[in-house]
Design a protein around this ligand. Structure first.
Ligand code: SF4
Length: 205
Protein backbone atom coordinates (compact mmCIF):
# COMPACT_ATOMS: atom_id res chain seq x y z
CA UNK A 1 0.00 0.00 0.00
CA UNK A 2 1.15 3.56 -0.62
CA UNK A 3 1.86 5.32 2.69
CA UNK A 4 2.77 8.92 3.48
CA UNK A 5 3.35 8.80 7.22
CA UNK A 6 3.20 6.56 10.29
CA UNK A 7 3.64 8.25 13.65
CA UNK A 8 2.33 8.08 17.23
CA UNK A 9 0.41 11.25 18.11
CA UNK A 10 -2.90 12.57 19.51
CA UNK A 11 -6.13 12.74 17.53
CA UNK A 12 -6.20 16.39 16.47
CA UNK A 13 -9.83 17.08 15.64
CA UNK A 14 -13.42 15.96 16.14
CA UNK A 15 -14.93 13.52 18.59
CA UNK A 16 -11.72 11.87 19.85
CA UNK A 17 -9.61 15.03 20.12
CA UNK A 18 -6.67 14.48 22.47
CA UNK A 19 -6.86 10.67 22.32
CA UNK A 20 -3.43 9.01 21.90
CA UNK A 21 -3.26 7.08 18.63
CA UNK A 22 -0.99 5.82 15.92
CA UNK A 23 -1.49 7.98 12.84
CA UNK A 24 -1.37 6.04 9.59
CA UNK A 25 -1.62 8.37 6.62
CA UNK A 26 -2.20 6.70 3.25
CA UNK A 27 -1.22 8.40 0.00
CA UNK A 28 -3.55 9.25 -2.86
CA UNK A 29 -6.53 11.57 -3.14
CA UNK A 30 -9.28 12.03 -5.72
CA UNK A 31 -10.10 15.65 -4.76
CA UNK A 32 -8.19 18.93 -5.06
CA UNK A 33 -9.34 21.19 -2.24
CA UNK A 34 -8.15 24.80 -2.54
CA UNK A 35 -6.92 24.81 1.06
CA UNK A 36 -5.46 21.29 1.12
CA UNK A 37 -2.88 20.92 3.90
CA UNK A 38 -1.59 17.58 2.54
CA UNK A 39 -0.74 18.33 -1.12
CA UNK A 40 1.89 15.59 -1.06
CA UNK A 41 -1.02 13.13 -0.90
CA UNK A 42 -1.37 13.34 -4.68
CA UNK A 43 2.18 12.45 -5.65
CA UNK A 44 4.14 11.40 -2.57
CA UNK A 45 4.29 8.32 -0.43
CA UNK A 46 6.16 5.06 -0.64
CA UNK A 47 5.11 1.45 -1.01
CA UNK A 48 4.92 -0.41 2.31
CA UNK A 49 4.07 -4.14 2.46
CA UNK A 50 0.54 -4.82 3.67
CA UNK A 51 1.73 -7.05 6.54
CA UNK A 52 4.03 -4.29 7.81
CA UNK A 53 1.19 -1.77 8.00
CA UNK A 54 -0.97 -4.32 9.82
CA UNK A 55 1.82 -4.83 12.37
CA UNK A 56 2.53 -1.12 12.82
CA UNK A 57 -1.10 -0.68 13.83
CA UNK A 58 -1.45 -3.74 16.03
CA UNK A 59 1.89 -3.34 17.81
CA UNK A 60 1.36 0.36 18.59
CA UNK A 61 1.06 1.20 22.29
CA UNK A 62 -2.17 3.14 21.83
CA UNK A 63 -5.57 1.51 21.62
CA UNK A 64 -6.63 3.73 18.71
CA UNK A 65 -5.43 3.83 15.11
CA UNK A 66 -6.15 7.02 13.16
CA UNK A 67 -6.40 6.12 9.48
CA UNK A 68 -6.28 9.21 7.29
CA UNK A 69 -4.93 10.57 4.01
CA UNK A 70 -5.22 11.89 1.33
CA UNK A 71 -8.28 9.74 0.96
CA UNK A 72 -7.59 6.44 2.75
CA UNK A 73 -10.61 4.56 1.37
CA UNK A 74 -9.34 4.67 -2.23
CA UNK A 75 -6.75 1.92 -1.91
CA UNK A 76 -7.99 -1.58 -2.67
CA UNK A 77 -6.61 -3.18 0.49
CA UNK A 78 -7.93 -0.60 2.97
CA UNK A 79 -10.99 -2.61 3.99
CA UNK A 80 -8.90 -5.73 4.61
CA UNK A 81 -6.40 -3.63 6.57
CA UNK A 82 -9.06 -2.20 8.88
CA UNK A 83 -10.50 -5.69 9.49
CA UNK A 84 -7.05 -7.01 10.42
CA UNK A 85 -6.59 -4.22 12.95
CA UNK A 86 -10.02 -4.89 14.49
CA UNK A 87 -9.25 -8.62 14.70
CA UNK A 88 -6.02 -7.62 16.44
CA UNK A 89 -7.98 -5.83 19.18
CA UNK A 90 -7.57 -2.25 17.99
CA UNK A 91 -10.09 0.55 17.51
CA UNK A 92 -9.94 2.55 14.30
CA UNK A 93 -10.93 6.15 13.56
CA UNK A 94 -11.20 6.69 9.80
CA UNK A 95 -11.01 10.21 8.39
CA UNK A 96 -12.51 10.37 4.89
CA UNK A 97 -13.23 13.18 2.45
CA UNK A 98 -16.75 11.75 2.01
CA UNK A 99 -16.52 11.00 -1.70
CA UNK A 100 -16.11 7.22 -1.34
CA UNK A 101 -18.92 4.84 -0.18
CA UNK A 102 -18.40 4.04 3.49
CA UNK A 103 -20.84 1.15 3.93
CA UNK A 104 -18.28 -1.66 4.20
CA UNK A 105 -16.27 0.29 6.79
CA UNK A 106 -19.13 0.62 9.30
CA UNK A 107 -17.79 -2.13 11.56
CA UNK A 108 -17.83 -2.59 15.32
CA UNK A 109 -14.70 -0.88 16.63
CA UNK A 110 -14.60 1.61 13.75
CA UNK A 111 -15.71 5.23 13.92
CA UNK A 112 -15.99 7.40 10.82
CA UNK A 113 -15.17 11.08 10.61
CA UNK A 114 -16.45 12.31 7.25
CA UNK A 115 -16.00 15.69 5.59
CA UNK A 116 -18.75 17.41 3.69
CA UNK A 117 -16.88 19.85 1.46
CA UNK A 118 -18.02 23.48 1.60
CA UNK A 119 -17.99 25.94 -1.36
CA UNK A 120 -14.57 27.49 -0.60
CA UNK A 121 -12.95 24.05 -0.90
CA UNK A 122 -13.67 24.05 -4.64
CA UNK A 123 -15.06 20.53 -4.16
CA UNK A 124 -18.59 21.28 -2.98
CA UNK A 125 -21.09 18.42 -3.57
CA UNK A 126 -18.28 15.88 -3.92
CA UNK A 127 -19.66 13.79 -1.05
CA UNK A 128 -21.27 10.42 -1.79
CA UNK A 129 -24.89 11.25 -0.95
CA UNK A 130 -25.83 7.82 0.46
CA UNK A 131 -23.12 8.15 3.13
CA UNK A 132 -25.16 10.80 4.94
CA UNK A 133 -27.88 8.31 5.87
CA UNK A 134 -25.44 5.58 6.88
CA UNK A 135 -23.44 7.47 9.47
CA UNK A 136 -24.23 6.48 13.07
CA UNK A 137 -24.42 8.58 16.26
CA UNK A 138 -20.84 7.47 17.05
CA UNK A 139 -19.63 8.94 13.74
CA UNK A 140 -18.98 12.55 12.79
CA UNK A 141 -19.51 14.93 9.89
CA UNK A 142 -17.13 17.87 9.63
CA UNK A 143 -17.64 21.06 7.66
CA UNK A 144 -14.45 23.06 7.15
CA UNK A 145 -15.50 26.71 7.26
CA UNK A 146 -13.39 29.08 5.19
CA UNK A 147 -15.68 32.13 5.32
CA UNK A 148 -19.21 33.29 6.18
CA UNK A 149 -20.53 31.95 2.86
CA UNK A 150 -19.31 28.46 3.86
CA UNK A 151 -20.89 28.89 7.27
CA UNK A 152 -24.29 29.83 5.82
CA UNK A 153 -24.07 26.99 3.28
CA UNK A 154 -23.27 24.43 6.02
CA UNK A 155 -26.02 25.83 8.23
CA UNK A 156 -28.58 25.30 5.46
CA UNK A 157 -27.14 21.83 4.78
CA UNK A 158 -27.61 20.56 8.33
CA UNK A 159 -31.14 21.97 8.46
CA UNK A 160 -32.02 20.21 5.20
CA UNK A 161 -30.54 16.80 6.03
CA UNK A 162 -31.58 14.74 9.02
CA UNK A 163 -28.28 13.09 10.00
CA UNK A 164 -27.53 10.88 13.00
CA UNK A 165 -23.82 11.71 13.12
CA UNK A 166 -22.41 14.42 15.38
CA UNK A 167 -21.91 17.65 13.42
CA UNK A 168 -18.66 19.62 13.69
CA UNK A 169 -17.84 23.03 12.24
CA UNK A 170 -14.10 23.55 12.01
CA UNK A 171 -12.33 26.78 11.06
CA UNK A 172 -10.17 26.51 7.97
CA UNK A 173 -6.63 27.00 9.26
CA UNK A 174 -5.37 30.48 8.28
CA UNK A 175 -8.69 31.60 6.78
CA UNK A 176 -11.29 31.75 9.57
CA UNK A 177 -10.62 32.39 13.24
CA UNK A 178 -12.01 29.88 15.71
CA UNK A 179 -13.27 32.80 17.77
CA UNK A 180 -15.33 34.21 14.91
CA UNK A 181 -16.74 30.78 14.06
CA UNK A 182 -17.62 30.23 17.73
CA UNK A 183 -19.49 33.55 17.75
CA UNK A 184 -21.52 32.59 14.67
CA UNK A 185 -22.41 29.19 16.18
CA UNK A 186 -23.39 30.71 19.54
CA UNK A 187 -25.39 33.49 17.91
CA UNK A 188 -27.43 30.97 15.90
CA UNK A 189 -27.65 28.39 18.73
CA UNK A 190 -26.64 25.91 16.07
CA UNK A 191 -26.83 22.17 16.59
CA UNK A 192 -23.13 21.82 15.74
CA UNK A 193 -19.94 21.65 17.75
CA UNK A 194 -16.81 23.69 17.24
CA UNK A 195 -13.84 21.53 16.30
CA UNK A 196 -10.31 22.77 16.55
CA UNK A 197 -7.10 21.36 15.07
CA UNK A 198 -5.23 20.52 18.26
CA UNK A 199 -2.32 18.93 16.39
CA UNK A 200 -1.66 22.21 14.56
CA UNK A 201 -1.73 24.21 17.80
CA UNK A 202 0.68 21.74 19.42
CA UNK A 203 2.74 21.32 16.21
CA UNK A 204 2.61 17.54 16.38
CA UNK A 205 1.85 15.09 13.48
S1 SF4 B 1 -9.64 15.66 0.43
FE1 SF4 B 1 -8.06 16.12 1.95
S2 SF4 B 1 -6.14 15.39 1.04
FE2 SF4 B 1 -7.66 15.46 -0.60
S3 SF4 B 1 -7.34 17.47 -1.58
FE3 SF4 B 1 -8.97 17.72 -0.03
S4 SF4 B 1 -7.89 18.37 1.86
FE4 SF4 B 1 -6.34 17.52 0.44
Amino acid sequence: MRVLQISPTLVGEGMLTGQPCILIRLAGCNLHCTWCDTPEAHRGGSEVPFADIVDRGILAKSEWILLTGGEPLLQKSTNKLVKKWIEGGKKVLIETNGSVPIEKFLLDGVRISMDVKTPSSGEVNSHHKENLDLLRPIDAITFIIGDKKDYNWAKRFIKKHNMDAVIYFQPCWGRTSARRLAEWIISDGLNARLSFQLHKVLKIP
